[in-house]
Design a protein. Structure first.
Length: 115
């Protein structure tokens, strides 16, 4: 398709098919919260981080709720109750590693019982 230049001899403001009109444009976004743009300013590639403490607290709270829901989504109600009861049991040994191993052995011995 051949490009035709704008013919300024006409007095009307109508752009014909195939003609090109170039207009300068100054664009600004209406930010209402402060944003830390990092080195290079807002026109560089990379993440932008909000400096509003309330927004960060809400984001962190929503993220924590999402993680908690995702890590328990696969469990049945009976499994959740068993995990709560298991965590409430007193330690079998004083050493944390040995206690974890003893709890694992106890769980494996009783796994066939379903509890």
């Amino acid at each position: 398709m051949a490009r035709r230049r704008f013919d300024d001899d006409k007095d009307d403001d109508i752009v014909a098919d195939g003609e090109i009109v170039r207009v300068r444009m100054l664009a600004r976004d209406g930010r209402t919260v402060a944003i830390d743009c990092g080195p290079g300013g807002p026109h560089r590639p990379g993440f932008r981080v909000s400096t509003d403490q309330a927004a960060q607290a809400a984001r962190d709270k929503a993220y924590d709720a999402m993680v908690k829901e995702a890590e328990n989504a696969w469990k049945s109600e009976a499994q959740r109750i068993a995990d709560i009861e298991f965590a409430a049991e007193p330690p079998l040994c004083e050493d944390a590693r040995e206690d974890a191993y003893q709890r694992y052995k106890k769980r494996m011995v009783n796994a066939w019982r379903g509890s």
